[in-house]
Design a protein around this ligand. Sequence first.
Ligand SMILES: [Fe+2]
Length: 183
Amino acid sequence: MSADDPAAAVAALFASEGAAEYFGEPVTQAEHMLQAAALAERDHAARSLVAAALLHDVGHFASALTGDDLMRGTDNRHEEHGAAWLGRWFGEEVTEPIRLHVPAKRYLCTVEPGYAASLSPASIYSLGVQGGPMQRAELAEFEANWYAAAAIRLRRWDDMAKDPGVQVPGFDHYAATLLTLAR
Ligand SMILES: [Fe+2]
């Protein structure tokens, strides 16, 4: 895997680990992330946020703990691992929405009536491992983050990107965008 070329590095992950089951969801990890990116493009998100959607769960691949550990009750903090791993290539406009996509779920569970009930069973399970709905004291800190709104947009695409019947562009569709964004 080349440390110089994020498109090649991430493409390799999508092709190998990405083909794995996505913890109890009806799509693979790669299908899930590609669907999230397609939803971001549909909503005319900035290129950096499309990239964030595409890469948001890469921490499940790169971290020492696996997603299976998450589903056994140990939070693998995939959002932190993924953001840190991607930081070798990308700026915070890509990595911060990724780092915040789990806090965004916890935030929405507290502030938005009906949000928690809309989550998939696997996502509701992982919510408990990830700290549950935000406490009131945590809300202001989240809202003060420059990337909070972007993280909430990413979260909504994440939640929708679990449709086994949908066809979306493959990884190659985004390779040029990744190379443009990489520093
Ligand atoms: Fe996700």
